[in-house]
Design a protein around this ligand. Sequence first.
Ligand SMILES: [Zn+2]
Length: 433
Amino acid sequence: MLDLLVHNASLPDGRSGMSVAVQDGRIVEVSPGLQAPAHESVDAQGQLLSPPFIDAHFHMDATLSYGLPRVNASGTLLEGIALWGELKPHLTHEALVGRAMAYCDWAVGKGLLAIRTHVDVCDPRLLAVDALLEVKRRVAPYIDLQLVAFPQDGVLRGKRGPQEHMDTLKRALDKGVDVVGGIPHFERTMADGALSVKLLCELAAERGLRVDMHCDESDDPLSRHIETLAFETQRLGLQGRVTGSHLTSMHSMDNYYVSKLIPLIAEAGLHVVANPLINITLQGRHDSYPKRRGMTRVPELLAAGVNVSFGQDCAMDPWYSLGSGDMLEVAHMGLHVGQMTSQAAMAQCFEAVTTHPARALGLEGYGIAAGCHADLVLLQASDPVEAIRLRATRLRVYRRGTLIAQAPANTSTLHLPGRPASTAFRHDSIPRF
Ligand SMILES: [Zn+2]
């Protein structure tokens, strides 16, 4: 007997009337109209069954700290970094773990079951690293948490000197942090930024690790560290294992230079992460009008074959006062900021919070196919575009075939004479002509 059978489901690739059979935590069959005895049988009623959402870029050490010790008055990136510096001396292991665990509860409720989080490694005590390693162990049954060693103050610029900052970063990797991070645009000079990319990529190559750098999170069109990141990726044979996060300077670059740069990014097999909620909020702050949007060139990168994901980046922290772990909200903003309004582009926005980040993170067994992990989200929507439009309710969330979250359908009861008794905001119930 099967453990779980979901039938009459629509899948993100457009197939409908599909059954998904689960045994021992894995999907064993995906076929139309399969009927078989199962301990749990779920009628999807034609709604969308998706693999879980994935956040390719987050800061779990800072999450839910909004207002501590004060709020970010200007709302800028630099005040956020300063504010985080004020908060750091007051952080405790218990508070870090408590906030991160609470965020992971939100994530599960939103069907977000894999998160790559950067963790600040400039504190010689590595307090946040220890806290997030504990969180990683505790949430492992239901969330894949990948940690990035993120030198927030710059490895070369940091107050304690390059040698010590590199050593602290290496100690974080020794403890079990998975990925090498960086912040080249925050180093003192362009040359130091480029040197930091070289040193950190060499470290990753030496240890067989992936790389994910905050790169060119700036409105300065001359911030071109992504070029160095692509170069080092090729030089060290790291193709497919390196991610450039943010790349907001590309928004402001000259088109001619970008026509050279995007093929270099594609050639190096770099993954790209845009963070639309944060980019639209933090970039363009020195502009009057017209005011730049700041998000990197997502449609152009996708057209060149680059794997682009959307990340949440922040939720209720020194940089951003909103956020709820809802990757459909992130996709919704990315769609708007990138003007990705064709049917195909809207579908890509859904992929940017599901299949694309699965590739960037190197997740094994992700997807809805025989042999994949039975990690599934049933959405109150017929297809990916409707899911984005409605930021659809996650009706049921499964991890390895076990139900870990559920929510009632979003329906408003109406008290209107001559009108239906309720509405669920769905398109399929509307007369077409
Ligand atoms: Zn970030």
